[in-house]
Design a protein around this ligand. Structure first.
Ligand code: ATP
Ligand code: MG
Length: 533
């Protein structure tokens, strides 16, 4: 085949959205907007202000806040190193990975890489990309020390052709390797898997503890987790969440937050919602820690009957065993001790008061002693809301109290509670129950013919749009029959017919596309008529 023929056959590559991500299209986006608008309204009424945090944060923030051992951080984060040169990282990796050299050519390459690396470090300091501190200086001098001896050994080896002294370099090379490994050329950053950590970071960074407490914030936007995509589970998904930071940990705060949440779901028209609540106490020997020890001991006794995941969790996080959805584990889990029987007096009182406060507000709840949350930072009140039409991914919201989190991130001791709604699942459930959005129709389709009519049509479109009507003005002339066909396809309510006759007489024809009735109206009367509908 000739080059030309080959070129002709090559079709341009088609691109697709990355696995686990998707496009949201009209008319569905209208539903997304309605849900988000409802959130703005309801949260605003309860005194919350919107916060928008970056999608990128330091990886360390999530490792610390969410917990390095959680699935979210250990397996599901999109993390990367941002450096100004990948070559630089290659030199660093080469030097850090070299422990012994037994060959002159190898020594040559090594010596050069080390000198490039050392120069790169000096440049990075100059560009304020690396700190100009004692640590960097000591790194540099260690690398230079190694460079001096390797350069000398190389020169001697080249001259004499003998290379007997390799062993003597081992210690120096190892020292340079350790020094190189500790250079942080890039920042480790991640796409946020959730937003609570970012909100707490912002609370501290902007000294919000100096504002009247508590500070009530809400957010909405995309989150990223690299998990297996399925119905209601995506790698880029959207959350709407709220946090209350600072002030007391009064049970009324927990209850009002949940009341707001249920009001929001109600206003959205979400069907079959069920609120489950629990208290997981606090991390103390006479509270959750004691319970976890007891739970672990009980689980050890039935270990053989549990699946691999649960067996592993006996060690790492026994609470998560309660979360298991495995059919054959259910009967075993039912026999395990309940946390409610092991809460300390304060946590017990707090939990009872939260339930009382919910009752005062007419919020219907169900207690679920097995409700533990996946993220490390939760304590005391935890809750979850499920909705219908979602199959096994039926949790639309999770939340709870996290009094220690702000302090864990270097802030002052601060109480905190919040929730995160899975917006994708909320939308899915609304669609399943027939609350999806209808395609966006038009109020008026302007069927024009002739140049004079066109000028009038442009003016009419502008006036009608100014009056808030949805107007479609075809950019090229169409026969009236064709134009009316298009008008119907777009779901237009009326067609405004503008031809020479209409322009001349000043009487415009308005056709109701549902009833096929036509009427003649002056421009002014037409505007009034459409406005009055
Ligand atoms: P799940 O048990 O369903 O994995 P989770 O405990 O990981 O949920 P949270 O971290 O508490 O969830 O997030 C709150 C809400 O965000 C969930 O209740 C769910 O509605 C939604 N959510 C979480 N992960 C995803 C995802 N990958 N795709 C879509 N929605 C998600
Ligand atoms: Mg999850």
């Amino acid at each position: 085949m000739s080059e030309g023929a080959k070129k002709k056959e090559e079709k341009p590559r088609k691109f697709q959205a990355i696995r686990g991500t998707r496009d949201l299209l009209p008319p569905e986006t209208a539903l997304w907007n309605r849900v988000e608008q409802t959130a703005h309204e309801v949260f605003g009424i309860y005194g919350f202000g919107e916060i928008r945090t970056p999608i990128l944060e330091q990886t360390e923030l999530f490792a610390r806040a969410v917990g390095g051992e959680t699935d979210v951080v250990a397996k599901e984060m999109y993390s990367f190193v941002v450096a100004d040169s990948t070559r630089l990282i290659a030199w660093k990796d080469f030097v850090a990975g070299t422990r012994r050299i037994r060959d002159l050519d190898e020594l040559d390459i090594y010596e050069r890489s080390l000198s490039y690396l050392s120069r790169a470090v000096r440049e990075a300091v100059k560009a304020e990309y690396l700190p100009d501190d004692g640590e960097t200086q000591s790194l540099l001098s260690r690398m230079n020390g190694t460079m001096l001896v390797t350069a000398a050994a190389l020169a001697r080896g080249r001259k004499s052709g003998v290379s007997a002294e390799f062993e003597e370099l081992d210690k120096q090379i190892e020292d340079a390797a350790i020094a190189a490994a500790s250079i942080k050329f890039g920042e480790e950053i991640s796409l946020r898997p959730e937003a609570t950590a970012s909100v707490c970071r912002a609370y501290i960074e902007h000294n919000m503890q100096q504002l009247p407490q508590p500070v009530k914030l809400y957010y909405m936007g995309p989150m990223f987790r690299r998990e297996r995509p399925q119905k209601g589970r995506y790698r880029q998904f959207y959350q709407i969440g709220a946090e209350i930071l600072g002030g007391p940990d009064a049970p009324a705060i927990d209850a009002e937050l949940i009341e707001m949440l249920m009001t929001f779901f109600d206003k959205c028209g979400l069907q079959g919602t069920e609120l489950s609540i629990n208290s997981i106490g606090h991390a103390a020997d006479n509270c959750r820690r004691g319970y976890v020890a007891k739970l672990r001991a009980e689980l050890e006794k039935v270990k053989d009957k549990l699946g691999a995941d649960s067996q592993r969790r006996i060690e790492t996080n026994p609470l998560r065993v309660l979360d298991s959805k495995l059919e054959h584990e259910q009967a075993i889990i039912a026999t395990l001790p309940h946390i409610a029987d092991h809460l300390c007096d304060e946590c017990k009182t707090h939990y009872a008061a939260v339930k009382h406060e919910l009752e005062l507000r007419g919020v219907i709840y169900r207690e679920n002693w097995r409700l533990v949350r996946g993220l490390d930072y939760y304590m005391r009140t935890t809750f979850e809301i499920t909705a219908q039409g979602l199959g096994s991914q039926n949790a639309v919201c999770g939340g709870g109290r996290y009094d220690g989190l702000v302090e864990l991130l270097g802030g002052p001791p601060t109480k905190g509670i919040g929730f995160a709604i899975g917006e994708d699942r909320l939308i899915l459930s609304l669609q399943e129950s027939g609350k999806g959005a209808a395609p966006q129709g038009r109020d008026v389709y302007i069927a024009w013919m002739g140049e004079r009519a066109y000028a009038t049509a442009i003016r009419a479109a502008k006036d009608l749009r100014n009056a808030g009507l949805r107007v479609e003005l075809p950019p090229t002339e169409l026969k009236f029959g064709k134009a009316l066909e298009r008008a119907s396809k777009l779901g237009s309510r009326f067609a405004l017919i503008l031809g020479d006759n209409e322009v001349q007489s000043g009487e415009w024809t308005l056709k109701n596309l549902a009833t096929s009735e036509q009427q003649k109206l002056t421009e002014q009367a037409l505007l009034e008529y459409l406005h009055g509908l």
